[in-house]
Write a protein that binds this ligand. Sequence first.
Ligand code: SF4
Length: 480
Amino acid sequence: MSSLGFQVVYRLLNDPSRPEISAERAFLPDDVDGWKQARQPLLTYESQTRVEESPVILFSVAYELELTGLFSCLELATIPVLRSERTTSHPLIICGGPLTFSNPLPLAPFVDVVVMGEAEDVLPELVETLLSAGVGEAPQSSSERSALLARLSQLSGVWVPSVHGEHLPKVAACENAKLPATSAILTPHTELRSMFLIEPERGCSRGCTYCVMRRSTNGGMRLVSPERVKSLLPDGIERVGLVGAAVTDHPKLPAILHHIVEERGLQVGISSLRADRLTSEIVGLLAKGGYRTLTVASDGASERMRDKIERRTKAHHILRSAELARQHGLKTLKVYMMCGLPDETDEDIDELISFAKEISKVVRLAYGVAPFVAKRNTPLDGAPFAGIATVEQRLARLKLGLRGCAEVRPTSARWAWVEYLLAQGGSDAGLRAYAAHLAGGSFAAWRRAFEGFSTYHVPPDDRPKALPAALRLPVLSAGG
Ligand code: SF4
C-alpha cells in the first residue's frame, strides 16, 4: 500500500463510471510457510474472495528479488506457477511495476502479459481489449485465448512473452496530463502509514550511469505545478509524501513545502533528497514537517568513483547537508552509497572512511550501503558483479574503518549477486529462480540452480544448451 503505482492501478480499475470492472487487493503474507502448512488460501481484502476465482490477476513487481513473491502468491492461490502448466480455466496473469523499466525477461515463463513502464495510458486499452474478448464472462477456449494474446501483443507498451519471445517492446510513457499520481487509499496499516502520497514530478533529468530512472527514460523529468499539487491535497490528512525520482530538483519545491508545512500544518516526507539541492530553507521546512533524519545519497565511495558514474554529488555537498542537519536540529545524516562499482579499489573505500570521520564531527552519521548491481536500460548495463568476496571484504574494511564514528547498514552481498543474475538474465534465469524456490529458496539453492549460468550479455549461441539437472522442474499441481 506504500506503492503509488499500485494505488494508481487500483484507482484506474475501480472507475465509478465503469461498474462492470472492479479490482480487489491481495498481498503476499509475511508468514508464507505458515499459510501453506495451514492450507490458508490467498483471499482478497475487499470481499474475502479466493484470488484464483478472479478472471485476471495483476501483479506489481518492484525489483528482481520479488520474483519469488510472485511464485508464492500463485502457489497460495493454487494456480500453477509455470504458464505452460496453466489452462484457459486459470486466470490471466498480468505483471507491471518498476521492474519493467529494466529487465522483466525472467518473468516470461510465469506470466501471460506484462505492461512495460507507466500504466496510466496502457491499462485502459488493455482492459477494453479484455472486455471485448469476453474475459470474465465465460471460460475461453484455447483458440480464443491465443487470439486475445495476439491482440494484446499489438498494444504499445505491452509485452506478451508467448508472442514476442524475448523481444521487449518500448517502455510506455503516459501523457503529462495524467500526472500527478495520488493515493487512492489511506491506511495506518502500512509502511508509510496514513500518508497521502502525491507525485510533484516524474522521472529525472540527471544522467547517473547506473540508474534506470535517468534522463533517457521516458522523457526525463516531468513537472507538476505547485498549484496543482496544492489543489489535490484533500482535507483531513496529517501527512503528505512527495514521491518521485528527483523531487528536490523541482524548481518550485520550496513553494510546495511551504504550503504543506506552514499553511496546512502537515507533516511531510520526500522520497529522495539530492544533497546538491538542499538549502537552509528546504531543510528548515523538512525539520518543521517532522524530519528527524536527513537522508541523501552519494552512491560512489570517492570523488573519483562519483565522477566515473556521473553522479553530480560532491563531498562538499554531503558536508553542507551535515551542517544543515545540525543547524536545524536533525539528529542523524544518513547517506546511501554503493560498493563494488567497476574500477573501485580499496583506496576509494579509504577516502570514504577519512571523509566520514570529518562528517561525523558535525552530526551523527549512518551509511546505507548496497552492492552495485548493473541494470538493463542503463549505460552500465552488462558491467560485471564485483564478486561476493570482494564486496564483503570492502564492507568489512568500511565497517572497521568507521567503527565508533558511523553506523554502517549494508545489504547482503550474496543476495545482490542473485539480484544481478536476474537483472542480467533472460527467461532461463526465471526458470532457474523457480528451481531455487522449489529447492527451498536458501542461498545454497540459488547457487546450485545458477551453476553454469551465462547472463543475458552472452550471445545466445554461447549459452549452455542444456539446463542442469536441478532445473528439471516438477509440475506444480493446482492443489498447491
Ligand atoms: S540516481 Fe537519482 S539523480 Fe541519478 S539519474 Fe537516478 S534518479 Fe536521477
